[in-house]
Design a protein around this ligand. Structure first.
Ligand SMILES: *Cc1c(COP(=O)(O)O)cnc(C)c1O
Length: 385
């Protein structure tokens, strides 16, 4: 089976992890700050907070922005459930904004229309989570302008997008948002097994997220309510969690980051080759906005169902039977039973549903070989015939 995504582990990665195992610190040592500095330096952010998953990063990002009961968080329905669940963790309510039919990202026009209505109804969102689907940035300038006008804060869920750029700057630079989140799950671009990171240019948000990832406990005197009782002293000043990343994970991350630009460049070579090989097939290939240089976590095609005599499901099943580990990113979140129970109906977000009826993620990872890619294309040709 050719999987849809796959990590690449080199001897250098293995050596980096083994070095940590032989060292004094398995957690809370020097590797986590080194990894944070490396990612922050690469993307041009002031602060980076490593945590044990992107899900944790989204949670502490929402809390740091003050999201709470009676607040609203809005995001795209075409994303992994974690982009929405972070709002529920904070006791907030979640709503969705339909996608742009070309980029499949949260549509700024739909956002503008929904905000206008929400203003009249007195239910404006406090936080909007902009998900960079497949690694292609959302239209952040437009979303940021709406944020200025309506007063919401912005989290970029860049779980798919490390190494990608928007308007010539790395995603994570924070020019158009408050906080950016990366995921280091093995199917993503850079891996630490499990892991995530929250980046921000705001000192206050960084300080809050730093507390929240480690029990709300501090040894920083400036954050305490009174002078320390002695050298042993720490204070709990927030209700935090244990969301810390280990030294093993951070060492793997540091080693992987050395190859990030190469990872993304290789993904682009694969994508360009797919674009060419699929040009004459009844499928829509991923459209790239000229402002965007995608991280290319995923390569999603849409079937032109009116041009073939197969259903979406038949094509998908045929590919799997032929050993191609295709996937579907994503089942629209508002159709999940947990969200459906909140009153969402499938056709509340028609572009998301149209996408769901046609989308297939083809194998896309930096180690994908040309021969494997040819195999994927031949299997797709047979599945569509
Ligand atoms: C993978 C993913 C997450 C969650 O990442 P974890 O590190 O597994 O918690 C969140 N959002 C999106 C868009 C993702 O793809």
């Amino acid at each position: 089976m050719i999987p849809y995504g796959k990590q690449e582990i080199t001897q250098a990665d293995i050596d980096a992890v083994l070095d940590v195992l032989h060292s004094d610190f398995l957690t809370q040592g020097p590797k986590v700050p080194e990894f944070e500095a490396k990612v922050a330096g690469h993307v041009g952010a002031k602060h980076a907070l490593a945590v044990n998953s992107a899900t944790s990063a989204l949670h502490i990002a929402c809390l740091a922005l003050g999201l709470g009961a009676d607040d609203w968080l809005w995001t795209s329905p075409v994303t992994f459930v974690a982009s929405a669940n972070c709002g529920l963790y904070c006791g907030a309510r979640v709503d969705f904004v339909d996608i742009d039919p070309q980029t499949y990202n949260l549509c700024p026009k739909a956002l503008a229309a929904k905000l206008e209505q929400a203003e009249q109804d007195g239910r404006l969102p406090k936080v909007v989570v902009a998900v960079h689907l497949c690694g292609q940035s959302c239209d952040m300038a437009a979303i940021h302008a709406l944020g200025q006008r309506y007063g919401f804060r912005i989290i970029e869920d860049a779980s798919h997008a490390i190494g990608g750029k928007y308007k010539g700057e790395f995603i994570g630079s924070g020019r158009y948002s408050d906080i950016t989140v990366f995921s280091f799950h093995p199917v993503k671009i850079v891996t630490t097994a499990e892991g995530g990171m929250a980046l921000t240019n705001d000192d206050h948000l960084a300080s809050r997220m730093n507390l929240l990832r480690s029990h709300g406990v501090t040894r920083d005197q400036s954050l305490m309510t009174h002078e320390p009782d002695g050298p042993w002293y720490y204070q709990q000043v927030e209700l935090g969690f244990n969301y810390r990343m280990t030294e093993l994970q951070a060492a793997l991350g540091v080693s992987q980051m050395d190859r990030l630009d190469d990872f993304v460049a290789r993904r682009h070579e694969r994508a360009t080759r797919y674009d060419r090989l699929l040009a004459d097939l009844p499928v829509t290939i991923p459209w790239q906005h000229p402002d965007s240089y995608s991280g290319l976590h995923l390569y999603v095609i849409r079937l032109q169902l009116d041009k073939i005599n197969r259903t979406h499901r038949q094509v998908f099943e045929s590919l799997r039977e032929q050993g191609i580990g295709v996937n579907l990113h994503y089942i629209p979140v508002h159709t999940q039973p947990y969200y459906e129970a909140m009153g969402f109906a499938p056709e509340d977000f028609p572009e998301a549903m149209a996408y769901y009826r046609e989308a297939i993620s083809l194998p896309m990872f930096h180690g994908l070989e040309e021969g494997q890619q040819d195999e994927v294309v031949r299997a797709l040709e047979r599945a569509l015939a």
